[in-house]
Design a protein. Structure first.
Length: 178
């Protein structure tokens, strides 16, 4: 066995050991939050599938309607929502989410629902839009409140997990020693 062959066999072992160390190190954190992440991912996926199916069904329902009538439908529905005080429907799909991103105000359920409905009509009726962004947003927007509710607990966890540069260097040396 040559020197190169021996090095090739040792290299995967080092990588495997590094992986094992990382898994052991973060397993407690992963075990705690993984079920929660699965729940959020599952519900978000269901909401995204609902949004996509609504758009596809509306396309089949309104396939024979001329485009200028579709513009009137979207404008009428949006105007009705604005008339009754639903300010959330104003602007693009991201505008409502981004307006709450760096604030402590929670998203209201009525805002999520009205944005969901108007985005469905806009995506189906108006000519050129991207469905992927809208359905992702609609799936994730409903969990913005969870982040604000558990923010203090998450901050505690992240403060425990934050490392200084010296600690990172010492961890890197420990890994290299293996």
């Amino acid at each position: 066995m040559t020197e190169e062959e021996r090095k090739e066999k040792e290299e995967p072992l080092k990588l495997r050991n590094r992986f094992r160390i990382q898994v052991k190190k973060y397993w407690k954190y992963t075990r705690k939050w993984f079920p929660f992440a699965l729940l959020i991912g599952g519900i978000s996926g269901v909401l995204m599938a609902l949004f996509t199916s609504l758009v596809v069904n509306m396309q089949s329902w309104l396939s024979n309607v001329p485009i200028y009538i579709k513009y009137l439908i979207v404008g009428g529905i949006t105007s009705i929502f604005l008339f009754f005080g639903f300010k959330e429907v104003y602007g693009a799909g991201l505008s409502h989410v981004l307006s709450h991103k760096n604030t402590s105000t929670p998203l209201r359920a009525r805002g999520i629902l009205t944005k969901f409905i108007t985005s469905t009509f806009r995506v189906e009726c108006l000519p050129v839009v991207d469905r992927a962004d809208q359905k992702t947003i609609m799936g994730l927007i409903s969990f913005r409140d969870i982040e604000t509710r558990y923010e203090s607990e998450l901050t505690k966890i992240h403060s425990k997990r934050s490392l200084t540069i010296e600690e990172l260097d010492s961890e890197e040396e420990d890994i290299n020693d293996l």
